[in-house]
Design a protein around this ligand. Structure first.
Ligand SMILES: [Zn+2]
Length: 394
């Protein structure tokens, strides 16, 4: 086997999903977009649906292949023993339109659900397949621009007040029952009933909701409903902003998206890091398959206080570490020059300016919006940038 280098330049896949911004990645990073396609997500990692390449001995090689050839050196023996793969996927995500409202299962739910669908012989690509793998999918998003999203259920009194204000006749009884119960059980029943509305009752409820929104278009929440309706007309997810916390992250702020917690990205560009999984249960703002029973079974019906949405970073000189309650990934954002040491495979992304990595005689400079892969075996190295760089590791 050839000797590993201390770090490698990466060539990353850009996904052109329809909801992606056609301008943001270009504006922030100068990555050309001659065809004017959406530049929705830049994937940095070894996921089969968009594996990065790394520059090895004068040619591009698949990162997944390089890891498979030397797992202990590339991702570290401990990570190989625990995960058997690079355990995280790191992304730049640029949303111009809302992504579906979703819940990710817990690890235990994913293991059970995956085993059940495998046993039932459901094809991996089947539209009604919920579990693509047996893994959980915790996520953390770090805002590069103002970043609008939904995360967690609102406090019940606030949610009830919003529904009473909008006062939709078709769901009056459901709101009354929620108010009567005012607990997790009542919220579960309400959420289930709302997502199950259909036919004339659903159409009538949505018409009433939108007529209220249009009459109060100067209200921020109503303006959001009007905007979402242009993207997803007739979608039951238009009620989600009344149920979920709507949050605008300022650039530099981050939040964690926990298992079993409904969330959605609405608009903005950020960095996202997640466990290596594709398990998504949808809850609206989507034309795709929705399994309401499985969704409700995987949802924790607990309110998330607004004060707990943001992830508070641990600060050191020129460093913000964003703590997460999982061991699949870590993420920190640095500014300036730093001496680092690998304990796992790392992916470094230059955010504002070029960054230069050094290790002994070796040196690598990558432009902003581009990344470098650092094998677990590298040990001590340094990074210097006139701006910020992000560090993904585990
Ligand atoms: Zn998600």
């Amino acid at each position: 086997m050839t000797q590993l280098a201390p770090f490698y330049a990466m060539n990353n896949v850009i996904q052109d999903y329809a909801w992606g911004s056609t301008t943001s990645v270009n504006e922030l990073f100068g990555i050309a977009n001659p065809e004017g396609k959406p530049q929705a997500e830049i994937w940095m990692g070894a996921h089969p649906n968009g594996c990065s390449q790394i520059w090895v001995d004068g040619e591009w090689q698949s990162l997944a292949t390089m890891i498979a050839n030397a797992p202990d050196a590339m991702i570290g023996a401990a990570t190989q023993a625990t995960f058997g793969e690079l355990p995280y996927l790191f992304k730049v995500l640029a949303a111009d339109k809302a992504l579906s409202i979703q819940v990710h299962p817990s690890k235990a739910q994913a293991e059970t659900g995956f085993a059940k669908e495998e046993a039932a012989g459901l094809a991996a690509s089947a539209a009604n397949r919920n579990y693509k793998d047996p893994n959980h999918k915790p996520e953390l998003v770090f805002a590069l621009t103002p970043y609008l999203a939904m995360n967690g259920f609102r406090e019940l009194p606030e949610m009830i007040a919003l529904f009473e204000q909008v006062n939709v006749a078709e769901i009056e009884e459901l709101v009354a029952a929620l108010k009567q119960g005012s607990d997790a059980k009542a919220l579960a029943a309400f959420f289930h009933a709302m997502l199950s509305l259909d036919g004339e009752r659903k159409d009538g409820a949505l018409a009433a909701l939108m007529s209220y929104a249009n009459a109060h278009a100067d209200d921020k929440l109503c303006a959001l409903l009007i905007d979402l309706e242009t993207q997803y007309p007739g979608d039951i997810g238009l009620f989600a902003p009344l149920m979920l916390n709507v949050v605008m992250l300022a650039p530099g702020e981050a939040m964690f998206l926990d298992a079993c917690t409904p969330h959605a990205y609405i608009k903005g560009t950020g960095l996202e890091i997640m466990a290596n999984s594709d398990n998504v249960l949808r809850a609206g703002l989507t034309p795709k398959f929705m399994d309401v029973e499985e969704l409700v079974a995987c949802t924790r019906f607990e309110s998330m206080p607004v004060g707990e949405i943001l992830t508070q970073p641990l600060m050191e000189a020129g460093i913000s570490h964003f703590p997460v309650p999982v061991n699949d990934f870590k993420i920190s954002v640095y500014q300036g020059e730093h001496a680092l040491r690998t304990d796992s495979a790392e992916i470094l992304l230059a955010i504002d300016a070029p960054m230069t990595l050094r290790c002994g005689e070796a040196m690598l400079t990558v432009e902003k919006g581009h990344s470098a892969f650092v094998p677990a075996a590298t040990g001590e190295f340094s990074v210097d940038s006139a701006g910020r760089f992000a560090r993904a590791y585990n």
